[in-house]
Design a protein around this ligand. Structure first.
Ligand SMILES: Cc1cc2nc3c(=O)[nH]c(=O)nc-3n(C[C@H](O)[C@H](O)[C@H](O)COP(=O)(O)OP(=O)(O)OC[C@H]3O[C@@H](n4cnc5c(N)ncnc54)[C@H](O)[C@@H]3O)c2cc1C
Ligand code: FES
Length: 253
């Protein structure tokens, strides 16, 4: 884990309210894995005081990129970083997705901004594994396909792709997927992850989800990011240290 002050190379808007920020950070680029995250101090002032967590969206040589939308002050400041401005990065943090294993098909399930970790994961899927990306959102504007491939789109209001949520879209295509040799990698709102968990348990599909919650330290000190464990021995896990990626069997979402 490093703290590095890294220069922004580019901040570009790729979608309505969605930004991709490219940062030169060789230390982080060398070590980080898909599903891990960075805790970023967006300002040199004391406001906002806390760092803000962001998934690693992609890595290209010595450069990394983030994907974010403007939610509050932290992301607003980040969106105004220009080439030559610096961001203070703590990372890599968390565990990341487990890409090993003998599954032949990686099924990405992304809801809204949950698409953020998957360009990097897509790049890292190797050994001729097939990828299918189920990407959904409330409306066309919320369906983020940046850096993803082999897309199956859905929207709650039917403005693009299948009409329904992304898990219903997956269910709708179940006959086209060899479930026994597939693994699901998912990220999105907790309500979506909850439904996906039930779906994967019902169909016996291996599934890892990247969970989200409010964070402070980002590395296990403040105890501010608990998630309930399904095991009796270890009742609560920490999203920042034990996650943010969990097998759906291991946590109560
Ligand atoms: C492991 C992890 C990875 C993340 N990856 C990304 C990413 O790749 N891209 C991205 O855009 N965001 C990501 N987030 C969420 C991101 O950290 C928040 O959007 C960011 O902290 C908001 O900061 P802000 O100062 O702009 O907004 P704030 O002023 O902190 O918040 C504005 C409003 O949004 C609410 N809010 C804050 N965070 C969240 C959240 N996580 N979910 C729902 N509501 C929230 C607040 O309660 C408040 O009402 C991630 C979070 C975690 C824990
Ligand atoms: S954010 Fe501090 S322990 Fe997880």
């Amino acid at each position: 884990m490093f703290i590095v002050n890294s220069p922004v190379l580019e901040t570009k808007q790729v979608h309505e309210n969605i930004y991709i920020q490219k940062i030169h950070s060789p230390e982080i680029a060398r070590l980080i894995k898909p599903g891990q995250f960075l805790n970023i101090r967006v300002s040199e002032n004391t406001f906002p005081l806390l760092r803000r967590p962001f998934s690693i969206c992609d890595v290209d040589g010595e450069n990394i990129s983030l994907m974010f939308n403007i939610l509050g002050e932290g992301t607003r400041i980040l969106s105004h970083k220009h080439p030559g401005d610096f961001v203070d990065i703590l990372g890599p943090l968390g565990n990341g997705f487990n890409l090993e294993g003998d599954h032949k098909t990686a099924i990405i399930v992304a809801g809204g901004l949950g698409a953020a970790p998957f360009p990097f994961l897509t790049r890292k899927i190797i050994n001729n594994k097939k990828i299918i990306s189920f990407v959904g959102g409330r409306t066309k504007q919320d369906v983020i396909t940046y850096g993803l491939e082999n897309l199956v789109l859905s929207s709650d209001d039917g403005s693009i792709g299948f009409t329904g949520n992304v898990v219903q879209s997956l269910e709708n295509n179940l006959d086209k997927i060899e479930i026994a040799s597939s693994k699901v990698f998912a990220c999105g709102p907790n309500a979506m992850l909850r439904v996906l968990k039930d779906f994967c348990l019902k169909h016996n599909i291996d599934c890892e989800v990247s969970t989200e919650c409010a964070m402070a330290c980002g590395f296990g000190i403040c105890q501010g990011c608990p998630i309930e464990s399904t095991s009796n021995s270890d009742k609560y896990l920490l999203v920042c240290k034990d996650g943010p990626v969990f097998n759906v069997k291991d946590v109560v979402i």
